[in-house]
Write a protein that binds this ligand. Structure first.
Ligand SMILES: [Zn+2]
Length: 254
């Protein structure tokens, strides 16, 4: 089912989910960037039932809010979801999810809140089932909160690799080279951990220019942390290292 909504797809979502058979795929697009990125907060509340605050990783925020909306609608019908593909070019926010007969064990833990601290630039998140103080940032300032949103994977890397293999094996290719590049980029980032950061925002903390992304990621990995470039937006990355550690390694990577 391909639901390509002009604006927000909220009204059609339960009907679309009902129409998809178990194991089938709902491919959903929305164009309501202003609400989904936190630039129209009251509209975001009406359309998403969520608090949304503007922050540097806005495309990812919009995609996670959209997936959170899909998850809640699916759970309301007793179903579960598995995101296969999520991406944006800044105007349209697209997600393909497989609709499952039941939620997977623990799927409810994937709905949560995300905090962003305008003072120190840290992003933190928490499952709604475990929610406690998320407002107070480690730097002593108060963070802004967005959610509920999806904190699970954004891509199913295995499915994306299968798509690439299918395309490579056919004598009549159907994907454009831009689509193939996108698939390649997305299959390098499953979207976990669910909080991304922006190197330009890190540069603001460091004062001066941004560190080269690859050397920052390499340094973090040398220290034993997970670190990868975001497939959602260029110049963004995700790591399970504490933000102070990212700032420290960012300073050394320049
Ligand atoms: Zn802070």
């Amino acid at each position: 089912m391909d639901l390509d909504a002009f604006g927000a797809p909220t009204a059609f979502l339960p009907l679309a989910l009902e129409a998809v058979r178990f194991g089938g795929i709902l491919y959903l697009a929305s164009t309501d960037g202003r609400s989904f990125t936190g630039h129209d907060r009251t509209a975001a509340l009406r359309r998403l039932g969520a608090a949304v605050r503007a922050q540097p990783c806005s495309w990812e925020l919009a995609l996670r809010l959209q997936l959170g909306l899909i998850a809640r609608a699916a759970w309301g019908l007793g179903r579960g979801i598995r995101p296969l593909l999520s991406f944006s070019e800044g105007r349209t926010f697209r997600c393909a999810v497989q609709v499952l007969r039941h939620p997977a064990v623990g799927e409810e833990h994937l709905l949560g809140m995300q905090a962003y601290c305008h003072h120190c630039g840290s992003h933190r998140g928490m499952a709604l089932l475990k929610i406690r103080d998320l407002v107070h940032c480690g730097c002593g300032q108060q963070a802004v909160l967005s959610g509920p949103l999806w904190r699970g994977a954004l891509q199913d890397v295995e499915v994306l690799q299968q798509l690439q293999a299918l395309e490579a094996g056919t004598t009549r290719p159907s994907a454009t080279s831009a689509s193939l590049r996108l698939l390649q980029r997305l299959s390098g980032d499953d979207g976990l951990p669910p909080e991304a950061s922006d190197v330009a925002d890190l540069a603001r903390q460091l004062g001066g220019g941004p560190p080269p992304l690859e050397s920052l990621l390499a340094r973090l990995r040398q220290q034993g942390w997970c670190a990868q470039a975001s497939g959602i937006a260029l110049g963004q990355f995700r790591s399970n290292a504490p933000w102070e550690e990212v700032v420290r390694e960012g300073a050394k990577a320049r």
